[in-house]
Write a protein that binds this ligand. Sequence first.
Ligand SMILES: [Zn+2]
Length: 260
Amino acid sequence: MPELPSVEVYKNYFDSTSLNQIIKSIRINSKEILTENPLLLKKTLKGHSFTSSGRYGKYLFAYLDNEQSLVFHFGMTGSLKYGSIMDNPYSRFVIHFQNSHILAFIDPRKFGRISLTSSMNDFIQEKKLGPDALHINYKFFKQLLKKRRGTLKPLLLNQNFIAGIGNLYADEILYQSHLHPLTHADELKPLEIKKLFRSIRKVLKKAIEYMDEPGNLPDSYLLPHRYLGGKCPCGGSINVIKVAGRTTYFCPECQKLSNS
Ligand SMILES: [Zn+2]
């Protein structure tokens, strides 16, 4: 499921393929992924071009030369593909450029969404998104955490608390912090808060550096060992539990629940 690092990789891909080219036409193969009227969407895009892009949490904003932005949310299986031909059966939304190349939004399970907005800030407010997980500063993070009492795993996944983290990287962040997924936010000691904050940044940056290929991360990371029967580098066995309905992997040796 695309998390912040995937969206950052898609942003770089989008920037290197799709900027400053006039849009000739749009083909919509699956209307259900649109949150806008298809005609309005076509009218807003046709004859214009993308000037730059921005990422916030798990959203990619593609800025147009007419003050509007196309917003991509990749859902569970969304991705972008640029090229001269497109024969992917799951391409849901296709932008044809005048240079005869196309950019397709591919999404087998159709949980992705495409919207329009004239203001990224309004969009973020409307969705009630928390601060971006890569851009939040330590002081603000501490403040936000103070108001929370729930367990850490669901909190990290809560996009209204902090935007961008999904199930996979939440497990890695907790592993790197040596915190059990069921630790309560209000039980954290100051040093643990600092560690958690640093791990969020470290894990997301590392994931981007590794092009969002979790299995390729260094051996000292959880994700290459995150499967049933996986072994932690400490020698312990990786355990799997359900936390708030989400499958959660952790090392009981490295991530002890006790606060003592
Ligand atoms: Zn371990």
